[in-house]
Write a protein that binds this ligand. Structure first.
Ligand code: GLT
Ligand code: MN
Ligand code: MN
Length: 388
């Protein structure tokens, strides 16, 4: 029996805001009390996590004086050293303060855009001081309800200017950050800019230093849009842009639920783990989820353990998938190789084009072939259900 106890080498990380979530929602007050960041780090280390991520204000309150900031950071660093936990990712809170109610980098107010840049540079300083190498941009308020305001095109260009500015800032400071854009279709705005992975990929190509930018896709966010998270991840991997990932779960077409990893869509969660493991993704397995509002602190740690345990169980299932002879036979039967035709179809030449155009195909045989996907799917389900 495999051991599903997480180890730092599994690279599981949690945002301070995730296990620290108070259970507040638009209809109800907090159901849990605030946990100190140093306490969160100690608990996560005890549970076998590798690291934490944070927004500037998860650690340092907006109103903290420079002295307070330094004291908080010093104590936090001490706990990191004592526990061995790393800060793997940092980001900016550009959504809680009412100043950002109509956007940060895409606000129609130049003063707000400038303040967003200032706040982000300071948060980048903080992240670098703590050793973070990945910097996330989730455009929580970058969106709109009223498009007649006329800023649709400007918003994208303001967003681009800000990201270009910040990439240069990182270089000028020698921080070496890799930037990861996190798409989301809506919530808290009616429509958010860069709503899905494909949109963010297209936008990155328009930046001054596209090589510095990749993605931080979130399971819940693509699922809210009714899209397949494994498909989005495959495209991000294919583009060499999977810099970071937010693991959680979600029912389709709802508000952002940020459920415990694997809680809802087990098949997609399995496919996702398989993609991450097969592709050699070596970044953090970052959970951006929170315990249900019903839970007390004990429930929070059950939630955190559950995220990691489910990942490890699914990772083991992926190994069994690779070792299962019937599944492997089904996979082999599904794929039809033809060395001659493959050589003809790849790498254009006039001769290849002529040869292909002249080629005859047994279309009837192709039409009749059943690829065996029903059986493959059932075998995989039975593996997941624990009877294989
Ligand atoms: C916020 C949001 C997440 C983002 C975080 C990073 S904060 O909780 O719901 O999806 O990843 O800013
Ligand atoms: Mn997220
Ligand atoms: Mn979310």
């Amino acid at each position: 029996m495999a051991n599903y106890t997480p180890q730092p080498s599994d690279k599981f990380t949690f945002g301070l805001w995730t296990v620290g979530n108070l259970g507040r929602d638009p209809f109800g007050e907090a159901t849990r009390v605030r946990l100190e960041p140093t306490y969160i780090v100690e608990k996560l280390a005890e549970l076998g996590a590798y690291g934490v991520s944070l927004h500037d204000n998860d650690l340092v309150p907006l109103e903290a004086s420079p002295n307070e900031r330094d004291r908080i950071v010093r104590e936090f660093k001490k706990t990191l050293e004592q526990t061995g936990l790393k800060v793997t990712m940092a980001t900016t809170n550009l959504f809680t303060d009412p100043v950002f109610k109509d956007g940060a980098f895409t606000s129609a107010d130049a003063r707000v855009r400038a303040f967003a840049l200032q706040k982000t540079m300071r948060a980048m300083d903080l992240g670098a001081e703590l050793g973070a190498q990945i910097y996330v941009f989730w455009g929580g308020r970058e969106g709109s309800e009223v498009d007649f305001s006329g800023k649709l095109l400007d918003a994208l260009s303001w967003f681009r200017d800000s990201l270009n500015f910040l990439a240069e800032y990182s270089d000028s400071q020698g921080y070496g950050y890799r930037f990861a854009l996190e798409p989301k279709p809506n919530e808290p705005r009616g429509d958010l800019f860069l709503p899905v992975v494909g949109a963010a990929l297209g936008f990155i190509a328009t930046l001054d230093k596209p090589e510095r930018f990749g993605l931080n896709p979130e399971f819940a966010h693509e699922t809210m849009a009714g899209l397949s998270f494994p498909h989005a991840i495959a495209q991000a991997i294919d583009a060499g842009k999977l810099f970071h990932i937010d693991l959680n779960d979600q029912k389709m077409s709802r508000f952002d639920q940020d459920l415990r990893f694997g809680a809802e869509n087990l098949k997609a969660a399995f496919m996702l783990v398989k993609l991450l493991e097969d592709s050699g993704y070596d970044g953090p397995r970052h959970f951006d989820a929170h315990a249900l509002r019903t839970e007390d602190e004990a429930g929070v740690w059950e939630f955190a353990k559950g995220c990691m345990r489910t990942y490890l169980i699914l990772k083991e299932k992926a190994q069994r998938f690779d070792q299962d002879s019937e599944i492997q036979a089904a996979l082999k039967a599904y794929r039809v190789e033809d060395a001659e035709l493959e050589a003809l179809s790849k790498g254009f030449s006039k001769e290849k084009a002529e040869a292909l155009k002249a080629r005859g195909f047994d279309l009837d045989a192709l039409r009749k072939r059943g690829p065996g996907l029903e059986r493959l799917d059932q075998l995989t389900l039975e593996l997941l259900m624990g009877v294989r």
